[in-house]
Design a protein around this ligand. Structure first.
Ligand SMILES: NC(=O)c1ccc[n+]([C@@H]2O[C@H](COP(=O)([O-])OP(=O)(O)OC[C@H]3O[C@@H](n4cnc5c(N)ncnc54)[C@H](OP(=O)(O)O)[C@@H]3O)[C@@H](O)[C@H]2O)c1
Length: 383
């Protein structure tokens, strides 16, 4: 039985993970469920899956549910540091990091330090500290299995291949809800419009990132670190049908692609059962019904976040950390109705322009850059 610690169990990825696990009775055991504020959700999940531990990083108002969990023999950890503390008594084989944002960094590092396989949905940690994470994983002999559908697609296309034979990888992007919208009206985009993704049902932050195409920018950085590829070998194409999840072109001119209906349960299941494949309960793609697959280049003028992410990767060092932090704060401000949609790239660009890049940063320098960027955006916005 594979033992699994699921961080971010109340989120879109976390809930899909549990749906996949439900399809394989007796094959997986949950050791830990972690959430921020969703106490009711994690309580119900804990009663159902009986993990050894529950982590709640926020401050719960109703302590009685926590007492009830303790009475059932479940250890309860509280506070932000609990995301790493629980590892001391955790015997999972696989850690699924489905947290959103920079909070995912330390649990990823801790999982690697303890030699656990990591199934990574939390792309932000690779964006902010990709060099350190991949180096430590390599030294510890830890496999990082991507959950992001694009990176899962590439990971699958590379099975049995020599990475030296990669000519380029092609990340596909649906283009988000504003692919066809005139850029002159971007300033009037509402929160609801930005959250309404045409193909995927996701958490709020990643939905906004998909609407600004920052998500694809973060994925370029994620791919750079996961697959050890230079920027020149990573390309993005808009593919509105979201059937091809990404492709790898090899030096002999062959292109391998991974196709399926857009359903996160498919890459999640691959990460859970890797290197095996198992029968899926998701809907299968009926290829005869696919009438057209179209591809075109992204518009960097219309979606400046994509350009900014690429620039940050070129700058290297702490620049992607600053990009990520500025984006997280800006998205939060947008979701709280404090700034407009077009302010998001404007604030990210300002932060990148003002930041003095530290090359090959250590963790402290990454945290300093992350803090600086958050304060910079908040200050700029308040001023
Ligand atoms: N959703 C997708 O289809 C998809 C696809 C590819 C990649 N991803 C990536 O997967 C990650 C998760 O995305 P999601 O859509 O599942 O996000 P989500 O629905 O917003 O869920 C986020 C999870 O993280 C927890 N969390 C938030 N802030 C936290 C904090 N400060 N401390 C501890 N836990 C915290 C939330 O707990 P509460 O519920 O208590 O707030 C929730 O369990 C992101 O990095 C995203 O880019 C998502």
């Amino acid at each position: 039985m594979k033992k699994i610690a699921l961080l971010g169990s109340s989120g879109s990825i976390g809930r899909n993970c549990l749906k996949v696990i439900d399809n394989f009775p007796g094959e997986f055991q949950i050791t830990c469920l972690a959430v921020h504020r969703s106490l009711q959700t994690v309580y119900q999940q804990a009663v159902r899956y009986m993990p050894q531990a529950v982590v709640i990083t926020g401050t719960p108002t109703d302590k009685s549910l926590l007492t009830d969990l303790k009475n059932r023999g479940i250890r309860v950890y509280q506070g932000q540091q609990a995301l790493t503390e629980f590892f001391a008594e955790d015997d999972s084989d696989l850690v699924i990091n489905a947290l959103v944002g920079a909070v995912g960094l330390f649990p990823t590092l801790e999982a690697i330090r303890r030699g656990k396989t990591v199934a990574l949905a939390n792309k932000e940690t690779l964006v902010m500290a990709g060099e350190i994470i991949t180096q430590r994983a390599q030294t510890a002999g830890v496999t990082i299995i991507p959950i992001d559908s694009e990176h899962s697609a590439i990971f699958q296309c590379l099975v049995g291949e020599n990475p030296e034979n990669i000519r380029r990888i092609i990340l596909t992007a649906s283009g988000g809800p504003f692919l066809e919208r005139d850029v002159s009206s971007f300033n009037h985009i509402t929160i609801d419009e930005a959250l309404a993704h045409p193909r995927w049902d996701m958490g709020d932050k990643v939905s906004i990132d998909s609407a600004t195409l920052m998500n694809k920018g973060l994925e370029i950085i994620e791919a750079h670190w996961l697959f050890h590829l230079p920027l020149e070998k990573i390309e993005v194409v808009i593919h509105p049908q979201s059937i091809i999840h990404s492709m790898v072109e090899f030096i002999d001119g062959s292109i391998k692609a991974q196709l399926s209906l857009p359903d996160m349960k498919i890459p999640i299941q691959y990460a859970l059962t890797y290197p095996k494949r198992k029968t899926s309960s998701s809907q299968y793609l009926k290829i005869e019904d696919v009438q057209s697959l179209t591809f075109f280049e992204p518009d960097f003028e219309k979606f400046p976040n994509l350009r900014l992410a690429i620039e940050s990767l070129k700058l290297g060092g702490t620049a992607p950390t600053v990009l990520n932090a500025a984006n997280e704060v800006s998205v939060e401000l947008f979701l709280n109705g404090k700034i407009s949609f077009t302010d998001i790239p404007r604030l990210v660009e300002k932060a990148l322009q003002q930041h003095e890049v530290v090359p090959h940063p250590d963790i402290n320098q990454i945290l300093t850059a992350d803090r600086w960027s958050r304060n910079f955006v908040l200050h700029l916005q308040g001023g």
